[in-house]
Design a protein around this ligand. Structure first.
Ligand SMILES: Nc1ncnc2c1ncn2[C@@H]1O[C@H](COP(=O)(O)OP(=O)(O)OP(=O)(O)O)[C@@H](O)[C@H]1O
Ligand SMILES: [Mg+2]
Length: 601
């Protein structure tokens, strides 16, 4: 497998000047249904956290009362109070955890389901542009980060903020000059935290994107394991993986360095202030200006505030990661869906029936600037009931042209009419019910043979339709020989089928719904000549009742068609019967002759 660089995620809006709060607010619609529980949990946590501030007051009472009076009974009573306070705090924190766990996993599940539904509805052009690992990591790691944020930092930023405020009020009430000493670190800490926040946001984003890249590499090498092994590329694949993993490790280390730095600052600076307050307080007690109990209470309040202050560093870090994750999530959710069809305009038929291409042009959205369009003014008419073969050199745009009919891609110019109706004005669902396709790459899902084929039919279809379709594709023979017949599981998690077998099931899927329009992209390429002949004989019956466009590379497939169109340099170069084109078009004769000449046309 070539060591191509992993496709980077599409450009991201500049990270540094985005506001984490604004990004996180976008989670509100998902959080709304569980807001009652979250608020209750936050309230419980605030009460629990403020209980810890009562402990110093009990200490003050003990030092100035029973301890000073040498009254053991009073000391025991104080100890009992302290124990009860500790138990109450622990119970309340446990209750909070219980309150949030279930609703938050619900939020995560809902967000994940929405992401999946969105991915199904986004246009092919979107999926062409995005590496699958990037999408996968958004649905897994990122959503986990969001859930963790809702469970922990969201509450505790609030709880700790309230606790710190309440603590400072207590400190100032006990002794305001000493309280002011402890207030001095606040301003520098706020400045350091905000600098940390924006820098951490950038690194967090990089790390999450790199997780996406890593996922892509793993996915590709698992899907392409035959190629990796067949070409002995496991070493270079492993090297590519190691390199990416190393890069991710570097980013994670950068995150850890930032976190260590903020942690150090947040720990040391308040500690210095507490030390200063201790010295000043001791001097005051010695001078008799302050009671020992007040100093004890003051210092233990300050110490009780240590955890709420220290934890702010990693709470900010987790919030930043959640903001980045949310941003990445909504990049997908905000991507443009397939443009909606203006409704109510799709009834007027104009012109004759069949399929008509009128001046259709198309270029891929991600094609390099200035490159010629893949399709450049296609004019083509397939009469009702007719089968038209589409022939052209490899890379001439045949697959692209067929994809325009069910609007897997939107034509950049011109229009396509089905029975006189512009497909751009048709409801997409109706259009796709009219048109059935078999693609070049036959894809089977992890499901039974029958389910895979019946995907192409209305919900009511059953055994008779299945048998008929399998018959047309000459697939009934091998399907009946499968261990459980049409109920055999196939696809990635089931039995592996041969290329020709998969191709015939894909063909059966295309014809099972008796579509009005049938588009087949080289449907018989993987079959031996005898099977091909039998499929063709059966397919002729089906083609008689539909209007069909069949991409063909071989004369035998062309024989299925009433007429042939030659696609060359983005245009229809010639239309006619096989015999006519053999006589009149040198390129067609060359394509059909199988004789070697120069490469791509
Ligand atoms: N998703 C895409 N994004 C950008 N360019 C594409 C995309 N798919 C195909 N192309 C380009 O469009 C051109 C036409 O491709 P297309 O697959 O339609 O050829 P084709 O006629 O079906 O070839 P083949 O006979 O090999 O199947 C090629 O040059 C190809 O590189
Ligand atoms: Mg093709």
């Amino acid at each position: 497998m070539p060591e191509k660089p992993v496709a980077p995620a599409p450009p991201v809006p500049d990270a540094p000047d985005r506001s984490a709060v604004r990004v996180l607010l976008r989670l509100w619609p998902y959080v709304r249904p569980v807001r009652g529980r979250l608020f209750t949990a936050a309230f419980v946590a605030i009460v629990a956290s403020c209980l810890s501030l009562v402990i110093p007051l009990v200490l003050k009472w003990m030092v100035d009362g029973p301890v000073a009076d040498r009254d053991p009974g009073g000391v025991w009573l104080g100890a009992l109070y302290l124990l009860l306070l500790g138990i109450a705090e622990a119970v309340l924190f446990g209750y909070r955890r219980w309150l949030v766990a279930r609703p938050l996993s619900g939020v995560e599940a809902r967000m994940r389901a929405d992401l999946y539904a969105r991915l199904q509805r986004l246009p092919i052009a979107f999926h062409d542009r995005w590496a699958s690992g990037q999408l996968l990591s958004r649905g897994t790691t990122d959503l986990m980060l969001v859930r963790m944020f809702l469970a922990f930092p969201l509450t505790f930023l609030l709880v700790n903020g309230v606790t710190i405020l309440a603590g400072y009020v207590l400190l100032l009430a006990q002794d305001w000059p000493l309280g002011l000493v402890l207030l001095t670190p606040v301003l520098p800490l706020v400045l350091v935290c905000s600098a940390f926040e924006s820098r951490y946001g950038v690194v967090a984003r990089r790390a999450q994107d790199q997780v996406g890249d890593l996922t892509t590499v793993v996915e590709e090498s698992v899907l392409g394991i035959r190629i990796v092994k067949g070409f002995g590329r496991h070493r270079s694949q492993a090297r590519a993986f190691r390199e990416l993993a190393g890069r991710l490790r570097g980013t994670e280390l950068a995150k850890a360095r930032l976190l260590a730095m903020i942690w150090a600052v947040i720990t040391v600076v308040p500690e210095l202030a507490i030390g200063a307050a201790l010295v000043l307080g001791t001097v005051q007690v010695a001078d008799g200006d302050l009671s020992a109990g007040t100093l004890v209470a003051f210092l233990s309040t300050a110490l009780a505030l240590r955890w709420p202050v220290e934890s702010i560093g990693f709470l900010i870090a987790m919030s930043q990661e959640a903001a980045t994750a949310t941003e990445r999530y909504f990049e997908v959710m905000d991507a443009d869906e397939e443009p909606d069809t203006p409704s109510g305009r799709d009834t007027t038929a104009d012109g004759p029936g069949g399929v008509r291409f009128e001046g259709v042009t198309f270029r891929y959205p991600d094609a390099p600037e200035g490159s010629p369009p893949v399709l450049d003014g296609i004019d083509l008419h397939i009469r009702p009931g007719e089968t038209l073969a589409l022939v052209g050199g490899t890379g001439s745009g045949k697959t692209t042209l067929t994809a325009l009919v069910p609007r897997l891609h939107e034509a950049s110019g011109g229009r396509i009419l089905l029975d006189g109706q512009d497909i751009a004005l048709m409801e997409r669902e109706r259009l796709r019910a009219l048109v059935s396709m078999a693609f070049e790459e036959p894809t089977l899902f992890s499901a039974s043979v029958g389910e895979n084929v019946l995907m192409g039919a209305d919900d009511g279809a059953g055994e008779p339709e299945l048998r008929r379709a399998l018959g047309v594709a000459q697939a009934d023979g091998f399907v009946d020989r499968l261990p459980e017949g049409a109920a055999t599981q196939v696809g990635e998690q089931g039995l592996s089928l041969s290329g020709g077998q998969r191709q015939r099931l894909a063909l059966a899927r295309a014809v099972v719904g008796r579509p009005r329009f049938l588009v087949l992209d080289d449907p018989l390429s993987a079959l031996d000549v005898h099977t091909e002949a039998r499929v063709e004989a059966a397919l002729r019956e089906v083609l008689r009742e539909t209007t069909a466009l069949v991409v063909a590379h071989r004369p035998s497939t062309v024989m299925l068609a009433d007429r042939v169109a030659l696609l060359s340099r983005g245009r229809i170069a010639a239309v006619g019967t096989h015999q006519e084109l053999l006589r009149t078009s040198e390129e067609y004769a060359w394509l059909m002759s199988g004789e070697g000449k120069d490469g791509d046309r």
